[in-house]
Design a protein around this ligand. Structure first.
Ligand code: ADP
Ligand code: TRP
Length: 327
């Protein structure tokens, strides 16, 4: 089984990334052939600072290693290091209906948010993502809920390519976790937690104890004071209950029972303590890796070599099927 996923380099990895996707990476590296990439080309669709961008890319690899991604068990690499991704994206562009791209929610949201920079890359984002996936003839893609629409398009493109040029790609499956595929913002619990928002709206996996306590204390709860799971009426406290449940492995009804009639404060305090405890091993690993930059770069270089070998051979087959003149 071939598995592939990606994460953008900008911003800090947060507990939404971890619960929705990161834990799945760590799990899948034991189940099959996992390719995991830092999607730096995708991040370029929003203007980046060229002075710090490379460092952020390296840092994302550090964070992935810190949460337990093991280079001995998977192929960890940087998207822009394997040029075949962009090349396949171009070919897929030529079979992608424009209308499909225009209706993508992420495109609509991002073009509202970055009105000053509605570039073609923003619209084309899902095609590059389809290329990332199809280039490796991927079977399974573990992601958070926000990426499901992009994966539907990936399957549409796989089918279309197959029908035009002959059977080449299988249709990759979207893998979502049952709980936690959409962790919500701490400040606006009707929106998903995102690393491009206000830092107080997320808990980064590298946040220290004081920061975690402050952010949880400040997290928006709802009117009333019952610790009760009701996402429609009580989105704030429901999100915190989901987070607690996933980190503590306790069922939500058991948590509701424990904090019944006690108000929000003791629950929030317990959640903060839990997060400090659970994130601590990641901190230690992260700090250790910060001192081993050469080692991390070597891992990325080895990942690139392995990814390239497969990417080059698959792309050659794809180009031949399309009818491009062989070199
Ligand atoms: P962000 O959206 O925070 O910038 P990325 O786009 O790089 O993060 O996402 C990396 C992975 O984390 C993707 O699989 C994405 O679906 C998942 N993810 C992002 N935000 C959340 C969230 N709030 N809850 C669950 N999964 C998420
Ligand atoms: N677009 C994804 C996100 O923002 C990141 C990504 C890029 C990705 N290429 C991918 C995820 C391929 C899965 C497969 O979260």
């Amino acid at each position: 089984m071939r598995i592939l996923s990606g994460i953008q380099p900008t911003g800090k990895m947060h507990i939404g990334n971890l619960l929705g996707a990161g834990n799945q990476y760590v799990d899948y590296q034991n189940k099959g052939d996992l390719f995991l990439m830092v999607a730096d080309l995708h991040a370029l669709t929003v203007l980046q600072n060229p002075k710090t961008f490379a460092e952020e890319t390296l840092n994302k690899a550090l964070e992935l290693l810190a949460i337990g991604v093991d280079p001995a068990k998977c192929t960890l690499f940087v998207q822009s290091h394997v040029k075949e991704h962009s090349e396949l994206a171009w070919i897929l562009n030529t079979i992608t209906p424009l209308g499909e791209l225009e209706r993508m929610t992420q495109y609509k949201d991002k073009s509202k948010k970055h009105r000053e920079n509605i570039n073609a890359g923003l619209l084309d984002y899902p095609v590059l993502m389809a290329a990332d996936i199809l280039l490796y003839k991927t079977d399974v893609v573990p992601v958070g809920q926000d990426q499901t629409q992009h994966l539907e398009l990936t399957r549409t493109l796989a089918k279309k390519f197959n029908s035009l040029y002959g059977q080449t790609f299988s249709e990759p499956k979207t893998m979502l976790v049952k709980e936690g595929a959409k962790i919500m913002s701490l400040l606006e619990p009707k929106k998903k937690m995102s690393k491009s928002d206000n830092p107080d709206s997320y808990i980064a996996i590298t946040d220290d104890a004081e920061t975690i306590k402050r952010k949880i204390a400040k997290a928006v709860t709802d009117t009333g004071k019952d610790v009760k799971f009701d996402p429609a009426k009580k989105p704030g406290i429901s999100n915190l209950l989901t987070i607690h449940s996933l980190f503590s492995n306790q069922k939500i009804p058991a948590l509701e029972k424990r904090y019944k009639g006690k108000g929000y404060a003791p629950f929030k305090k317990a959640l903060a303590t839990l997060l400090v405890e659970k994130l601590e091993p990641f901190h230690r690993k992260y700090e250790e890796l910060k001192r081993r930059e050469v080692y991390v770069k070597t891992i990325l270089s080895q990942g690139k070599e392995r990814a390239r070998t497969i990417a080059a051979s698959n792309l050659e087959e794809i180009k031949e099927k399309v009818g491009l003149l062989p070199e």
